[in-house]
Design a protein around this ligand. Structure first.
Ligand code: PFF
Length: 477
C-alpha cells in the first residue's frame, strides 16, 4: 500500500526518531530507582527478558502495522480490520497518546525551569530541607509552571509543523546524539566521585532474594512504558519508514538504546546519592526524586554553589528536557497525523488543533498543584453523585494525577493487550511474515516464537500487569 506521504529520509533518522520516543522521563525517573530497589542486576536481567519476550514482539507488530498501511494509527487499524471493531484499537491509541501528552508537557515545562534554576546557580546555599518547599512553591505558582509549559509545548509544536523530515527527523538527528554525549559526560563525572562504587553496587549487585512476582510485573510495566508501546506512537513513526527499513533490526536498536540510557541514568544518580551518604531508599521516585532529592544531591556532591555543580545539574536537567521533548514530539505526531489524515486538514492546521487542545488541558494539569488543587477525584465523584454517595474511599488525587494514572494504569496496558491480540490472532500470518522479512530478503528464524508470544505470552502478561495495578493480587493474598 502506498500513498504520497512523507517518509524518513534515512534509516538512521528512523532509528533515532523512534529511540527519541522511547528515551524519556521513564528512563531517568523510574528505571534506576526500580532497579536499585528490586535486586539490581537481577531486575535488569528480568527487564531484558521482558523486552525480548514482550517488548520486541509488540514493537515489531506496531512497526509492521504502520509501515504496511502507511497511515496514521487510526487509519492503519481501520485498513487492517476490514470493518470489524478492531478499528477501535487504533482510535484508542490516538486518544491515549493525546491524553498522556496533556500532563507530559507540563513535566517538560518543569525540566526547563529546573535547567534555568541550575544554570543561574539558584540552588546555591539552599538547605537540604528546603528543596521540597521550593518545588511545591514552584508547582503551586499560578503563572511560572504554566509559562514554562507553554514554552515547552511551543517547541514541540514548532518541530511538528516543520514536517517529518525537516522537523522530526532533523531534530532527532541533532538531539539524540546530544543526549547521548551528555549522558556519557554525566556518567563519567558521577563515577569519579568518592564513594561511587557503592552506588554502582547498589545498582548492579544481583540480589535474587528481592525478586517477587510484583518485581516481574513492575519490570513488564516499565519495559512497556519505556519502549513507548501500547499506543500509536511507534506505529505512526513506522508509517514513515520506507520499504527497505529492517523492522526487527530497528526494533532491537531502539530497545538497546533505550535500555542503555536507562542504565546510564542509574550511574548518574546513585554514585552522587551514596557520595553524600544519603539512603537510596529515601530519594523517592518520579517528580520527588527529580525535583526535590536530586537538586540537593548534586549541590552537595559537587560542591554547593560551585561551577561544577552548576554545570553538572544544568546538564542533567537539560538531558531530562531533551528526553521529554523527543518523547512529547512523538506523542504529538500521533494525534497530528490522525487529524490531518482522517479529517483532511493541512498539516499546520492539524497541528494547531492538537496544540490548542493540549494547551487547554495542559493548563488545567499545570494549575492542579496550585489554584485548582481542590479539584480532586474525590470531589468530582461527590459532584457527580450529587453528594448522595459516601466518597471517602475515593482517592483525593488532583487533575494531573488523574491524567497520569488513567493513562498509565488503564489506557496503555489495555492498548498493549489489544495490539498483541490483534497482531497474534487477527493479522494475516503471511502478511506478517512478508513484511518482517521485507518480502523474503531478510531471514526470520524467530517467527514462530514471535507469534507464540503475541498470541499467548504478551496478552496474559499484560493482563496480569493490568490486574496488579488495581491491587487484585494483593487482595487475593
Ligand atoms: N517512553 C517514554 C518514556 O520512557 O518516558 C514515554 C512514552 C512516550 C510513553 C511515548 C508512551 C509513548 F507512546
Amino acid at each position: 500500500m502506498e500513498n504520497n506521504r512523507e517518509n524518513f529520509g534515512s534509516k538512521i533518522g528512523a532509528i533515532l526518531a523512534a529511540a527519541g520516543s522511547a528515551v524519556g522521563l521513564g528512563n531517568v525517573w523510574r528505571f534506576p530507582i526500580e532497579t536499585g530497589q528490586n535486586g539490581g542486576a537481577a531486575f535488569i536481567i528480568i527487564y531484558v527478558i521482558c523486552i525480548v519476550l514482550l517488548g520486541l514482539p509488540i514493537m515489531m507488530s506496531e512497526f509492521l502495522i504502520g509501515r504496511y498501511t502507511h497511515s496514521n494509527t487510526a487509519g492503519a487499524y481501520r485498513i487492517l480490520s476490514n470493518g470489524s471493531p478492531w478499528k477501535w484499537v487504533g482510535r484508542l491509541g490516538v486518544f491515549t497518546g493525546w491524553f498522556i501528552l496533556c500532563y507530559y508537557n507540563v513535566v517538560g515545562g518543569w525540566t526547563l525551569h529546573y535547567t534555568y534554576l541550575s544554570a543561574t546557580n539558584a540552588f546555591a546555599g539552599v538547605p537540604a530541607s528546603e528543596f521540597g518547599g521550593m518545588f511545591t512553591d514552584f508547582a503551586g505558582n499560578p503563572w511560572i509552571p504554566t509559562a514554562w509549559f507553554v514554552v515547552f509545548l511551543g517547541i514541540v509544536h514548532f518541530v511538528i509543523t516543520r514536517g517529518v523530515q525537516a522537523g522530526i527527523e532533523k531534530f532527532s538527528k541533532i538531539m539524540m546524539p546530544t543526549l547521548f554525549i551528555i549522558t556519557i559526560v554525566l556518567t563519567v563525572c558521577s563515577l569519579c566521585l568518592p564513594g561511587a562504587s557503592e552506588g554502582v553496587e547498589f545498582l548492579l549487585k544481583p540480589d535474587w532474594g528481592k525478586v517477587t512476582s510484583t518485581t516481574i510485573l513492575q519490570a513488564m510495566g516499565q519495559a512497556f512504558f519505556s519502549l513507548s508501546l501500547g499506543m500509536g506512537c511507534l506505529c505512526t513513526y513506522a508509517s514513515y519508514f520506507d520499504k527497505s527499513t529492517p523492522l526487527a533490526k530497528t526494533a532491537v536498536n531502539v530497545s538497546v538504546i533505550d535500555t542503555f540510557i536507562a542504565i546510564m541514568a542509574g550511574f548518574i544518580i546513585f554514585p552522587s546519592v551514596f557520595n553524600i551518604g544519603m539512603n537510596p531508599n529515601e530519594v523517592g521516585a518520579g517528580a520527588s526524586l527529580t525535583f526535590i532529592s536530586l537538586p540537593n544531591v548534586f549541590q552537595q556532591a559537587f560542591g554547593d554553589g560551585s561551577v561544577l555543580s552548576v554545570v553538572f545539574s544544568s546538564m542533567f536537567y537539560f538531558l531530562l528536557f531533551v528526553a521529554a521533548l523527543t518523547s512529547a514530539i512523538s506523542l504529538h505526531e500521533v494525534a497530528t497525523a490522525y487529524v490531518t489524515e482522517e479529517f483532511h486538514l493541512e498539516r499546520k492546521k492539524g497541528a494547531c488543533v492538537i496544540t490548542l487542545s493540549l494547551l487547554a488541558l495542559g493548563i488545567l494539569c499545570s494549575l492542579s498543584f496550585g489554584p485548582l488543587k481542590d479539584i480532586t477525584l474525590q470531589q468530582l465523584a461527590a459532584w457527580l453523585t450529587f453528594g448522595k454517595v459516601d466518597v471517602t474511599g475515593v482517592s483525593a488525587m488532583n487533575i494531573f494525577d488523574m491524567f497520569d494514572s488513567f493513562s498509565g494504569m488503564v489506557l496503555l496496558p489495555l492498548g498493549g493487550m489489544f495490539i498483541a491480540i490483534f497482531a497474534g490472532w487477527v493479522l494475516d500470518k503471511q502478511l506478517y511474515k512478508d513484511e518482517l522479512s521485507n518480502s523474503g530478503e531478510i531471514k526470520t528464524p524467530y517467527f514462530k516464537l514471535l507469534i507464540f508470544s503475541l498470541r499467548f505470552i504478551a496478552p496474559v502478561a499484560i493482563g496480569l500487569v493490568f490486574l496488579d495495578q488495581f491491587g487484585v493480587f494483593s487482595f487475593l493474598k
